[in-house]
Write a protein that binds this ligand. Sequence first.
Ligand code: SF4
Ligand code: SF4
Length: 129
Amino acid sequence: MLTFPKRSIQMPITYRLAKDFNVAANIIRAQVAPNQMGTMVVELAGDIDELDASIEWMRSQNITVSLASGEILIDEDSCVHCGLCTGICPTEALTLEPSSFKLTFTRSRCIVCEQCIPTCPVQAISTNL
Ligand code: SF4
Ligand code: SF4
């Protein structure tokens, strides 16, 4: 998650990441407005050294970079398999199994963007962050 100070809000971050570091940035969620702080959840892909360099550069620009280290937890006793969370998940970590219509969670695909948490009507999704 990137948090921008007001003065960095116009900075073309994804362009600079691609051009200067060869890092691809897939924007999962963004909340930016002129003259306000902004936040962006991005999935970064690239060479590990260039990823590290790009994060160091963003921090040098006063952008706060928080790396996802937690996990999404699904309470299987509470889940009613309504499928609402599957529609919002950008990586298809949450899907309904076609034959049983049961929720399937593929942890390896989850980028912990947390978009699924507020969609669940029975609060079956949480994070250990
Ligand atoms: S946090 Fe939820 S919406 Fe985001 S990738 Fe993981 S399962 Fe999908
Ligand atoms: S939104 Fe909640 S109840 Fe519905 S399938 Fe997802 S985890 Fe289960």
